[in-house]
Every structure is written in C-alpha cells, then in structure tokens.
Design a protein around this ligand. Structure first.
Ligand SMILES: [Fe+2]
Ligand SMILES: [Fe+2]
Length: 158
C-alpha cells in the first residue's frame, strides 16, 4: 500500500473509534481509550520515523515542523488522559479535546501536506515508504502487546 493510502486508512480507523467512544458505556470507554492511544502513538511514530523525513527530502519543511508541534500536543494530551483515574469527569472533556486536536491535524495533513507530497513524489517512492511504515508498524504492535501483557491488571487506575 502506498504511504498516503496507509496513513489515510489509519486516520479513518481512529475516527471510527472516536465516534464509538462517544456512544459507549463506561467499561468500553476505557478499552476504547486504550485502543485510541495505541493507534495514535503508533501512527505518530511511523509518520515521524518515515513519512515526515521523506517529506523533508522532498523539500517540504514548514508543514513538517508544524505537524511535529501538533504531534507533541497530541502526545501530551494522551499522557494527561492516561494519568486520570477511570471515573474522573475530566476524561470526557479531555477526550473531546483530543478528538478535535486530532481532527484538525488530520485535516491539515490530508488537505495540504499529502497533496504537496504526492505532487512531487513518485509512485514508487510512496510505495516503498509505505512498506517501511508497515514493517515498523508490525514491530511496534508486537512491542505494545508485550508491554500490555506485562502490565496486565495495572494499566488502568482503579
Ligand atoms: Fe500526523
Ligand atoms: Fe497522520
């Protein structure tokens, strides 16, 4: 899959999870929150490790710098949410904040950064970056799972 299609697919997946979290019950909310955090963390990693450096090599600096700042904000928000206890009323508020930050960021990537990249990059290059990202993603998912197994029972504060 080419890099842009892969990233868009992940944006879509996270969007679906955010929609679900709006409607689900208390128990599922914690599970979904974990999933959203994991997906966003992995997504940010593969963009930062592969896609943004690729965009820089294509001569796009300003938007990459801006995107990195937004990633830092999103990560900060995730960390804050994960520190809250499960019944904390601030979770709701912070999840909404997270959702709108992510939506804003995704919109900029899809409407501005991706079209700029695709206007200068070859299909071949986009495919090979996509493959690198997929490889990293598989590695990261395994590490995440291991970490979750190790922490089982203590991942969510009572
Ligand atoms: Fe991003
Ligand atoms: Fe993205």
């Amino acid at each position: 899959m080419d890099a842009l299609a892969l990233l868009k697919q992940q944006h879509q997946e996270v969007d679906v999870l955010f929609e679900r979290i709006r409607q689900c019950g208390e128990e599922e909310k914690i599970l979904l929150l974990g999933k959203i955090s994991e997906k966003l963390t992995i997504h940010a990693q593969i963009e930062e490790r592969h896609f943004y450096p690729f965009a820089r090599r294509m001569g796009i600096q300003d938007m990459v710098d801006h995107s990195l700042q937004e990633h830092a904000q999103v990560k900060q928000l995730i960390a804050e949410i994960l520190q809250l206890k499960r019944h904390d009323p601030r979770i709701e508020q912070n999840v909404q904040k997270l959702q709108s930050s992510v939506q804003e960021h995704v919109k900029e990537e899809e409407n501005t950064l991706f079209p700029r990249v695709s206007s200068v990059a070859s299909t071949e290059d986009l495919m090979s970056v996509g493959m690198e990202m997929q490889r990293t993603m598989e590695e990261l998912s395994q590490q995440e799972l291991l970490k979750m197994a190790e922490n089982q029972g203590s991942t969510v504060a009572p």
